[in-house]
Every structure is written in C-alpha cells, then in structure tokens.
Design a protein around this ligand. Sequence first.
Ligand code: DX5
Ligand code: ZN
Length: 226
Amino acid sequence: MTTYQIAPSILSADFARLGEEVRNVVAAGADIIHFDVMDNHYVPNLTIGPLVCQAIRPHVQVPIDVHLMVRPVDRIIPDFAKAGANIITFHPEASDHIDRTLQLIRDSGCKAGLVFNPGTPMHYLNHVMDKIDMILIMSVNPGFGGQSFIAEALKKLAIARRMINESGRDILLEVDGGIKVDNIGAAAEAGADTFVAGSAIFGQPDYKAVIDAMRAELAKVDRAGY
Ligand code: DX5
Ligand code: ZN
C-alpha cells in the first residue's frame, strides 16, 4: 500500500489570511504545506520568502515543502531552514553547482530535492541520487497557479519512479501543476506519491470535500494495485 500525501499550494490561498488558511487546509486533511517561492527572475512572478514561512510555521505541525523558483539558489537556503522549512527543492538549471546546493540543504537540516520543468531532462539526477530526498515533476511551466496539466509529465513520473526503485532509497515523488480530482489518479498510476494542488483546493469553498475526493481517487489506484 502506497502512502499518498496531499500538499496544498498556498499560492492560491488568501494571502491576507494566510495563518487561518493553512490551519484550515490542515484541518481539512492536508499532509504537507507546499510553499512556492518566485523571484521575478528565474520565473516571471514574485511571491513569498522566509519571513512568510516563519510567520506560518507556528500555525501548523505538518511539514513545509519549500519549492524554490529562484536564481541564484544557495544564498536563501539557510534562511528558509531557520524559518522552519522541512523540505527544500530547487530547479537544477538555477544552480551552478547542483551537488553543492543539495548538500547545503541537507547540512541545513532539511530534506533536499530537484525539480524538473516540462522541458528539463532527468539526467541531472544521474550522479546525485544519494543526496536526493524528493523528486518534483512539474506538470505545468513554473510561475503561476491555475494552469492546465501537461500530460507528458506522466511519462517523466514513470521514469522517475523507475529511478527511485532502482536506487532502493526512500525518495518522495511529487507532482506539481494542474492537479485536480479528475487527473490525480493518473498521476498516481504513473508513480507519484505526493500531490501538489493549489487552485483545485483553494479555489473551492470546502477544502475537505476536495481533499476527500482526491483521496477517494487515490484509494481506487491503490486497490487496483499500482
Ligand atoms: C507553479 C507552482 C505550483 C502552483 C500549482 O509554478 O509551482 O505549486 O501553485 O497551482 P495549481 O495546482 O493551481 O496548478
Ligand atoms: Zn510549486
């Protein structure tokens, strides 16, 4: 039986009520808080930083999963670790020294991961699997919530799942972008175990109803024995 985790992205939450939003979404069944950091440089949008991470930290007990869409990467990592992040992922194209950045995250006491854009090849993993705790496959181009799922991501999830199994290591496989109740099952069948969803959850009045519906889809996949 696979342990599936739902990771609501607060990018689509009401930023004026962020403490209440994260409390509500955890009460609704979220396993992880996904925290999107954008710099208007690596991606054409600007969001939130370590101060906001620190501000929401006391509101929830679940892990905070910081998705860095910034360049350069290294300078800001210790700040997020101090702000209470548990997982920090970054895009390999945004770091000149991927191995060093992964090590820096781990030395800061966090789990480390690489993020793959729809057009980014997976070979960046080849020589660093021993330093990876999470692989994040983007199913949209990064920068905005509410975009449509790019189906090619399913193939990349399957490749990543094979690599994880071959490594024998305990590595989370997360998918991010356009995840809804009607496609979460396909992502799970392809190998994902951790599901980011922003607009699908925060765009609805009843967060628990959406998370329950997602879990019902995941239970079907589990019963089918994927
Ligand atoms: C996009 C972000 C996502 C985004 C997902 O760059 O990394 O985490 O919030 O939003 P939805 O689920 O609306 O596609
Ligand atoms: Zn994200």
